[in-house]
Design a protein around this ligand. Sequence first.
Ligand code: HEC
Ligand code: HEC
Ligand code: HEC
Ligand code: HEC
Ligand code: HEC
Ligand code: HEC
Length: 251
Amino acid sequence: MRKIQFLPAVIALAVFFSPVAVPQLFDLPSLPEPWLYGNVLITRQAAESSQMPVSFSHWSHRARYTCRVCHFELGFVMKANETEITEKANQNGEYCGACHNDEISFGHGKENCTRCHNDGWDGSRQRFKMLDHLPKAPFGNQIDWVQALDLGLINPVQSILEDDYEPMEFKRELDIDANWSLISPALFPHDKHMAWLDCGDCHPGIFNVKKKTTRNFEMRYILEGKFCGVCHLNVAFPLDDCKACHPGMTQ
Ligand code: HEC
Ligand code: HEC
Ligand code: HEC
Ligand code: HEC
Ligand code: HEC
Ligand code: HEC
């Protein structure tokens, strides 16, 4: 029994003194190339449909719109293939059709079907070059989206429903203590998230609104796609970037 109780402390010590070993503590999913990170292939109806699966790139859309526009105003679910998108709804101006309407962007005419229904990422690598001027980050899209926004290099639309929408100011920064001693706490800055998201994207669905009441809030669950892992596995910077969340870690 004693041995088991000591184990976390021993690992924590090893982590503390040996920065190189830190990322290897967890089995992180392998990362795709930067221009493929955050891409979603929508295949929900592929089997019954005459059309090919639909390709959607987060990087090209998030440079133009905040997450809130799609995941709060337009009702896209933050999980691939969970949203009941139909072609009829699109043509009625919902989902993709809120913008792909021949006004904001290409519409749903016959000439455009394969711009979405194309089952892949042809030309994606080439188009990704349009973001070359943005500041670099080590993982994911390898773009520092926070800095890109702060420096005004991108100016994503915050709302397509309200002209005068301003994100609610909420600057509270939380230190989320790790369950292991010697692991530096994770930092949660509300303001960096409010630049992209709505309170309703996280509360109460992912996190309780009272600090330290969200249960089982551990790395292994985050790695399963819960809590911070809802976004920090596949769209926002990935978990490989330990020190972005644990500023006290050396890498
Ligand atoms: C232009 C619309 C749009 C924007 C902007 C957008 N998303 Fe998405 N997002 C989608 C769509 C569409 C899907 C796929 C939903 C489906 O298949 O049901 C998706 C899926 C996701 C998923 C699940 C991915 C997966 O592989 O399961 C996450 C996480 C996510 N979005 C987070 C974000 C975050 C964070 C932002 C802002 C940085 C963002 N999204 C911006 C439209 C958008
Ligand atoms: C802006 C992107 C976009 C364009 C353009 C587009 N679609 Fe779609 N379409 C989608 C998405 C997203 C889905 C949902 C796919 C899924 O759930 O698997 C879909 C679903 C469908 C389906 C599945 C069944 C149904 O009725 O919903 C058919 C059929 C379809 N589209 C036909 C077309 C045709 C034909 C065109 C051209 C006239 C077209 N689409 C243009 C994005 C697009
Ligand atoms: C909030 C507005 C908005 C929504 C919602 C939206 N798009 Fe787009 N999309 C754009 C704009 C703007 C462009 C770029 C302008 C252009 O090239 O015409 C674009 C470009 C694209 C492109 C061209 C390649 C690229 O990535 O730049 C594809 C494919 C695409 N969208 C698919 C989709 C699909 C599929 C959906 C729904 C699942 C969707 N979009 C939802 C605004 C939107
Ligand atoms: C990206 C996700 C996310 C968004 C968006 C978000 N929050 Fe939070 N919030 C959190 C997390 C994580 C916690 C800590 C939960 C815990 O420890 O159980 C938290 C905690 C809180 C707390 C408790 C703080 C404390 O010190 O006890 C309040 C109040 C709160 N949020 C309000 C808001 C409001 C208001 C908004 C919109 C302006 C918002 N949150 C947007 C993730 C988010
Ligand atoms: C709903 C989606 C979502 C959730 C959940 C979420 N984040 Fe984020 N987070 C983002 C987005 C989007 C950004 C902007 C940067 C990016 O996309 O890479 C961001 C940025 C950050 C930053 C700022 C980094 C910087 O460069 O300043 C930190 C720190 C962070 N997140 C930590 C967390 C932690 C810790 C949790 C869990 C308690 C969490 N996030 C949950 C979406 C999310
Ligand atoms: C998106 C933010 C985020 C990133 C990136 C991240 N962590 Fe964490 N981590 C957290 C949060 C939040 C907690 C606090 C959970 C708790 O214990 O209550 C945590 C807790 C921990 C713990 C305590 C034990 C546990 O399982 O909860 C360890 C060890 C840890 N992280 C290591 C790492 C390492 C190593 C990396 C890089 C490979 C990393 N973290 C990257 C958010 C993050």
